[in-house]
Design a protein around this ligand. Structure first.
Ligand code: KG4
Ligand code: ZN
Length: 346
């Protein structure tokens, strides 16, 4: 099966041509809007929608050309249904619907977070589903932080999630306090290079109170206290070298993620692979620490290529190839507030 996938939930306009199984990305094109949002310090929905409108057509055309396929070779069109900015989602879904109708192919709506989750199968090692699962996956984006057990594509257990800010959000907000541009994750990573992570003691964002476990599961995360601690530190000790503050702050965010992954691996000896997906998975410190952790537990660490960590359409196309999804009844509705994989905590 071959399909064209479209992603437009936030500030990247993306199209990809994916086939499988075995999964193969024939083309993946991403037009980032980061530069136009940077001056505003965050994503501006109206600006995002206007940029999607301009970029969708050329991005889709570029992906088709790079795929070396003909329109008639496509078996389906997939598009992100949510969660995301409603006006941006509508534009991507609208383009997908028009294409599907014109090609007389089914239109398949895809959950953005499931796309991130299953991007683990776009890993460079990319072994078969049977070899990878059950997998433990840290899902860390700008809007979500969760630890998920992937028993098989479509069979997910939410082990924990953040009860307040997401890890990426903590990095973005921390960067703003440090006077760094948006998005903050890569800026903090660059500034932290050569810094001393022990220079400042920040709280661990892995709370173990009864309340935290009730709200966020056994692997609950909490990052809002970290941001507050950073603000206090900057006010009280403005003399600390910026690279030391950045290194300590980055390390605190990653410590919480690694701690929860370690505990889950200790509790669940059946886990065969460990993966980290979403924008924060681009972080080298996190990758390095998870790789070491996986080795200690005889698990395989799956490295998702950097280009498939941040928003892209290859991950959206991978979902219906990895598990059959219902084709959409017309018209395909978008869901800006789609809950995290529709999962209940266990
Ligand atoms: O997955 P993503 O592109 O968008 C969402 O669906 O939210 O993730 C964006 C997040 C931002 O918070 C950004 O700061 C973070 O990923 N990020 C990083 C790095 N690159 C991007 N965080 C840490 N280190 C990085 N190198
Ligand atoms: Zn995303």
């Amino acid at each position: 099966m071959r399909l064209l996938a479209i992603e437009s939930s936030c500030d990247e306009t993306a199209a990809a041509v994916v086939e499988g199984l075995p999964l193969r990305v024939r083309a993946s094109v991403v037009a980032s809007q980061i530069l136009s949002h940077q001056v505003h310090g965050g994503v501006v929905p109206e600006l995002a929608a206007r940029s999607h409108l301009e970029a969708l057509q050329p991005v889709i055309r570029q992906a088709m050309e790079a795929s070396e396929l003909d329109w008639s070779d496509l078996d389906a069109v997939a598009a992100t249904q949510g969660p995301g900015l409603s006006s941006s989602l509508l534009l991507g879904m609208g383009a997908a619907r028009a294409l599907a109708a014109r090609l007389r192919r089914p239109l398949i709506p895809v959950h953005h977070m499931e796309g991130h989750l299953l991007s683990l199968f776009l890993s460079e090692e990319a072994p078969s589903v049977a070899e990878v699962c059950p997998a433990l996956v840290l899902l860390v984006t700008g809007g979500h932080t969760a630890l998920v057990r992937v028993t098989a594509p479509g069979d997910y257990t939410l082990l924990g999630r953040s009860i307040d800010d997401a890890a990426g959000e903590a990095l973005d907000k921390g960067a703003r306090l440090l006077g760094l541009p948006y998005p903050g994750g890569p800026e903090i990573e660059a500034l932290a290079r050569g810094g001393n992570a022990d220079a400042v003691a920040f709280p661990l964002g892995a709370p173990d109170s009864e309340e935290a476990h009730r709200r966020g599961g056994i692997a609950a995360f909490s990052f809002s206290g970290l941001k507050t601690a950073l603000r206090y530190h900057l006010e009280r000790e403005p003399g600390t070298a910026p690279q030391d503050v950045a290194a300590a702050y980055q390390s605190a965010v990653m410590n919480a993620l690694v701690t929860r992954a370690r505990q889950a691996l200790e509790r669940d000896p059946d886990i065969r692979s460990l993966a980290c997906v979403g924008g924060v998975a681009r972080n080298h410190l996190l990758r390095h620490r998870l790789q070491t952790l996986a080795g200690e537990h005889q698990a395989r660490f799956l490295t998702v290529p950097l280009a498939y960590c941040t928003d892209n359409a290859a991950m959206i196309g991978a979902v219906p190839l990895l598990r059959p999804l219902p084709h959409s009844p017309e018209p395909a509705a978008i869901h800006p507030n789609l809950p995290l994989l529709g999962l209940q905590l266990r």
